[in-house]
Design a protein around this ligand. Sequence first.
Ligand code: 13P
Length: 250
Amino acid sequence: MRKKIVAGNWKMNNGLSETIELINDLKQNLSDSDVKVMIAPSYPFLKTAVDQVGDGSIEVISQNINDNKSGAYTGEVSIDMLNSIGVNTTLIGHSERRAYYNEDDALLLKKINLALESNMDIIFCFGEELKDRKSNSYFDIVKAQLENTVMKLEPNSWKNIVLAYEPVWAIGTGETASAEQAQEIHKFVRNCISEHFSSEIADNVPILYGGSVKPSNAVEIFNKKDVDGGLIGGAALNAHDFVEIIKANN
Ligand code: 13P
């Protein structure tokens, strides 16, 4: 059985007091469940967040990593630094990093390889833009994004990888992919992995959906066979909404 995961990507939101408050609210309202809950606050608050979640069920993860181990890279944060404060999972390939910081497939592959070598698990994000959806080329785009990156890994690496399908046109727009649209891509991705590696790897990798997930649409999306939870942006900033979305997995 694949693990159900709900991860909150806080992006560049929340200062110190909001970080502490939101984590406390989450801890008070999360009931026991089989869903793995993750949150990705900003770098300056990661250590506080790790301390604040304590031994509970929430994992604190990073929104990004640098593609070098250490050295003269002013303003950057390394995997070893994150590991040293108890952060052992990171997002890689978020569409905002691709769009605003020119992160291409070659750089993302470098980050993936370095993360895996350094005992850092990965949530790898991919997804097509609106123009790709409109021109019906979204299967090709998604396939290429995966072939240039995670499909180049050793089969053994897949135990440390979660995928997140985030169609760019659905991120922060209020326009969600329908449950059928999400399922269609998730199944397609699983088939690609099965052809490339094995049905066992394809069956075991969790694939999350991200893009305007809200309490009102989460149940329908999460009920789909190949959707194993969500990567949540805006709604993860509100404890009530985030908890409702987590419960939608039950
Ligand atoms: P929204 O939920 O705000 O659309 O953001 C999704 C996302 O980008 C999560 O990484």
